[in-house]
Design a binder for this molecule. Structure first.
Ligand SMILES: CC(C)(COP(=O)(O)OP(=O)(O)OC[C@H]1O[C@@H](n2cnc3c(N)ncnc32)[C@H](O)[C@@H]1OP(=O)(O)O)[C@@H](O)C(=O)NCCC(=O)NCCS
Length: 195
């Protein structure tokens, strides 16, 4: 993996607490980008993440998730890290050290169109929207797919048709619209990039 290239958005690490670790059983347990620290989940992440999930702006395109649901979601992320070697990272804003959301890769064994594709996804605190941070973390995720999952021919991303912000992030990362479908009872659009 290129840890210094501008294309990936990775910055050379000067931090002592968060070196990029590429040799673990986990695919890439943590990463530094220019402005983000993508790391493993901690128990204390549940409350700030649930607070983000309760923001009215956040809920425009996302279903509500209370604290218990958020704790269960974090447990699912941890299980996926163990079982698949990857999942969403907890996202910290490097400047403030605040948890500001989640970004990463996730395998969907129940994808409505079959197979078990890997999806890139993101959810951030509305206070941090519009600064290119989803693009920055998403770009790092795409690099991990490209370089650490060579057997995966396609990377997809899924959102609701009205979620223009998320669709724009997909386009910025080079994914193109592949279709519309219904998944878990919701109409969705899906994008993809091929190797
Ligand atoms: C989707 C989300 C992660 C984007 O985060 P972000 O950090 O603001 O994203 P970026 O700043 O990297 O990019 C956003 C892009 O959307 C554009 N944009 C903003 N509002 C838009 C709109 N209503 N329609 C289309 N594009 C829009 C921005 O201009 C920017 O593009 P640009 O860089 O070309 O100017 C954030 O809005 C979020 O957390 N939403 C709630 C959770 C969610 O919907 N997750 C995706 C579920 S599939």
């Amino acid at each position: 993996m290129n840890t210094h290239g501008s294309r990936s958005g990775f910055a050379a690490s000067t931090s002592t607490r968060a070196p990029s670790s590429l040799d673990s059983a986990l695919l890439t347990p943590e990463l530094l980008t220019e402005r983000l620290y993508l790391r493993q989940w901690r128990d204390e992440d549940a409350e700030p993440l649930a607070t983000i999930y309760a923001e009215p702006t956040f809920l425009e395109h996302m279903p509500p998730l209370d604290l218990e649901g958020t704790k269960a979601q974090i447990e699912r992320f941890r299980r996926q890290w163990t079982d698949e070697g990857f999942s969403h990272w907890a996202v910290e804003d490097r400047a403030s050290g605040r948890l500001i959301g989640r970004i990463g890769l996730m395998r969907h064994r129940d994808w409505t169109l079959g197979g078990a594709p890997v999806e890139v996804g993101w959810s951030l605190d509305p206070e941090f929207w519009g600064r290119g941070l989803a693009g920055e973390g998403g770009r790092a995720s795409v690099e991990v797919w490209r370089e650490r999952l060579p057997g995966e021919p396609q990377l997809i991303s899924i959102t609701s048709p009205a979620n223009g912000r998320s669709r724009r992030v997909m386009e910025k990362l080079g994914l193109t619209l592949r279709g519309e479908t219904n998944w878990h009872g919701h109409d969705v659009v899906w994008y993809a990039v091929d190797r």
